[in-house]
Design a protein around this ligand. Sequence first.
Ligand code: SF4
Length: 74
Amino acid sequence: MLQTDMHHEVLLDISRCNACTGCTEICPDIFEWDDDLERPSLRRQTATHDEVREAIALCPRRCISAEGWMEEDY
Ligand code: SF4
């Protein structure tokens, strides 16, 4: 069972990113905009389920995931 208070490694695959900036708006504590890449980058490497779940669910290109989570956990 998923433990929602545990920190998990956040995985960000910008190869599919369309630069919508949604993740940086929804979770600014975790994602920041990289002006050189013109893509988001990780402000920190780990997050709890509550901190990152919404960004994972709303990313239109499914760039964001968390280690150990299944699709139904989002
Ligand atoms: S929400 Fe997804 S597609 Fe949009 S900027 Fe973030 S990683 Fe890229």
